[in-house]
Design a protein around this ligand. Structure first.
Ligand code: TYM
Length: 350
């Protein structure tokens, strides 16, 4: 039985990368799957401990989920700290994972910078908590942007090591399922998660530099479109986006070596639910002076209802708070069951 899980950090404003790489996929997946979507507040304190208005940041991510079309009744929307089992399983995974695995994470290297000795221990252990987020529900599919791929590979490594190290205990407790790892049939407890990264915009790039990821931490606001930007701001940012002097090619191959063109075409395709090829069939041969206004119109058309609904939801937060409370309770009930089995497998008394 597939189960979808994903999370978004409540740090800074959501941008088009978060929307196209993650949230839009969350919405698409809910028709045919059981889904759990989480505001990962415990992760938010790994890079920066003290936040100005964390509570409202958490609410605004939940508001973005709801405004984008996620159904919090059929599915689960909650914040991570409401379910203590995330941190509990993360501790166990800290004992499964090896320090070397964590040291190899490119996101840790980027975020810790040169002064690695001075990074928080939480920042190093970040991927272990992320694995726990997913596996405390034994979730199987995780929609994310391309930048999270390495973390999900680590979640597979953790699940696999747990399954192998506790093979005997998993059999004795009758909690596992037969699965195949590589060619090897094993009896495992935790599934090996499948990342869902595909799509026309798995990695949305900065509007100012097609070789850099669109990011909350870029000092230039012109580098990204924020979910809360108004129509004029979106128009201006797309008008000022970096491009090259050539016209658009009529096939995807023609985008090679043209990172800015590739990025804008990918954004258009993702917003329109079309392929890049399809978009180029329409716009191939045209100049950016013609393509940019079409892109800006489309972006405003898709984003402005979401922005408006987010504003409305954040106007009176009782509704969002109720959704999070209800989601937290339902998530906790599921996580408790998994943790009880994990305790039995490890041999803790309960
Ligand atoms: P976060 O909060 O940085 O980003 C949320 C989601 O947005 C995607 N994303 C992008 N996609 C395409 N282009 C971009 N420029 C771009 N920037 C961000 C991210 O890939 C992500 O899917 N570690 C995660 C949060 C997390 C999580 C989890 C995710 C914690 N536990 C469990 C999945 C499952 C993070 O920092 O995402």
């Amino acid at each position: 039985q597939p189960l979808v899980f994903s999370g978004v950090q409540p740090t800074g404003n959501l941008h088009l990368g978060n929307y196209l790489g993650a949230i839009r996929k969350f919405v698409a997946l809910q028709d045919n799957n059981d889904c759990i979507y989480c505001v990962v507040d415990l992760h938010a304190i790994t890079a920066q401990l003290v936040h100005d208005d964390l509570r409202n940041q958490i609410r605004s991510i939940a508001a973005a989920f709801i405004a984008s079309g996620i159904d919090p009744v059929k599915h689960i929307v909650f914040n991570q700290s409401a379910v203590p089992q995330h941190a509990e399983l993360a501790w166990i995974f800290n004992c499964v994972a090896r320090i070397g695995w964590m040291n190899r994470m490119t996101q840790f290297k980027d975020k810790a910078g040169k002064d690695r000795e001075n990074a928080s221990l939480g920042l190093l252990a970040y991927p272990s908590l992320m694995a726990a987020d997913i596996l405390v529900y034994r979730a199987t599919h995780v929609p994310v942007g391309d930048d999270q791929k390495q973390h999900l590979e680590l979640a597979r490594d953790i699940a696999q090591k747990f399954n192998i190290d506790f093979q005997q205990k998993i059999r004795e407790t009758g909690t596992g399922v037969d699965m195949v790892v590589g060619e090897e049939p094993i009896h495992g407890y935790f599934p090996l998660v499948e990342p869902l990264i595909e799509g026309p915009a798995p990695r949305v790039m900065s509007l100012k530099d097609g070789t850099k990821k669109m990011s909350k931490s870029d000092p230039s606001d012109l580098s990204r479109i924020n979910l809360m930007d108004d129509a004029d701001t979106i128009l201006k940012k797309i008008r000022k986006a970096k491009t090259d002097p050539d016209s658009l090619p009529s096939e995807v191959e023609g985008l090679k070596g043209r990172p800015e063109a590739e990025n804008l075409v990918g954004i258009y395709a993702a917003l329109a639910d079309r392929t890049k090829d399809d978009v180029l069939q329409e716009f191939g041969g045209q100049q950016f002076s013609a393509f940019k206004p079409a892109l800006a119109d489309l972006a405003v058309h898709v984003l402005s209802p979401i922005t408006e609904e987010m504003r409305r939801l954040m106007g009176d937060t009782t509704h969002i708070d109720a959704i999070l409370r209800d989601g937290g309770e339902r998530a906790r009930a599921r996580a408790e069951k998994v943790m009880a089995e994990v305790f039995d497998i490890i041999g803790f008394l309960r």
